[in-house]
Design a binder for this molecule. Sequence first.
Ligand code: BTN
Length: 319
Amino acid sequence: MKSNALLSLLSDREIHSGESLAQTLGVSRTAVWKHIRKAIAEGTNIRTIRGQGYQLVSDLDLIDRDTILGELDPVTREQIQLAVLDEVDSTNAEVARQLATTRCPVVLSDCQTSGRGRRGRNWTSPKGQNLYLSLGLSIRGGFAALDGLSLVLGVAVANAIERAGGSGIGLKWPNDLFVEGQKFGGILVEIQGELQEGYVQIIAGIGINVHMTHADEVDQPWTSLARRWPDRAWSRNQLASKMIREILLAVTEFESGGFQRFRDRWQQRDVFSGLALVTRDGKLHGVGAGIDSTGNYLLSTESGVVPVRAGDISLRVSK
Ligand code: BTN
């Protein structure tokens, strides 16, 4: 039984007896009880009422394939192959597996057991709380055309979040998503390989903290959409559909017009601009001065403006 099937039945917030749940789902009452216990352990607020059954006592934000497809325009819907999973190691890894046989796979999962972040870090991926979304994309133009693509994706994701109700979304070079000085999302771009006819296959993985309120293992200031905007009813389905659409539109524009078209849009969200910065190895100090035409970050130093390349060097605010 899929645990989300049980939660869907409870989502009307009525009391359901163990027997009726078991009957509807075609499993034993013991199986229902085990799933209820697991859901409670994972943080879902379910009340057990003696002699009556189970009741969900807080709102749920379930991810659902049909809902996401229903929110997409027909053109976008036709372009993608969407899979919505209860659990996966990493949505990026799943897209990599699907790319061999599927055109434009898009994978969303309720949780990840081995979520990956940039620079070999783990990505905290608890169940039912956040957005874990990956897209397998074929980009026209070969490896040389990929400069700046990860920044373009940052612009697309920031736009999608603002369309869903956020505001003032900042980008920390190259593509960390920030609001009021705290990270709430990140993007991991992995190159899968070069295809024939000048196309490159990439995997774009997006992680957004949506409802998360606790994460002891995260070692930097962080937030989530629900923490920053607690009065909004954040919907992961709506965020996913807006992101898929914005990303596909941005990639089409990037393929035809290049990074140049996105440079100003990225710079308007630059959280480093005007700040005293230092490269992570501590060797280069300067003031944040935006990006160049290929997406390198520019440091204004005593000896002139120096471009810093994503992947080679990372930056932090100097103390
Ligand atoms: C970062 O380090 O800031 C990038 C984090 C990217 C996390 C997302 S979650 C969906 C996709 N699957 C993964 O394993 N990683 C990315």
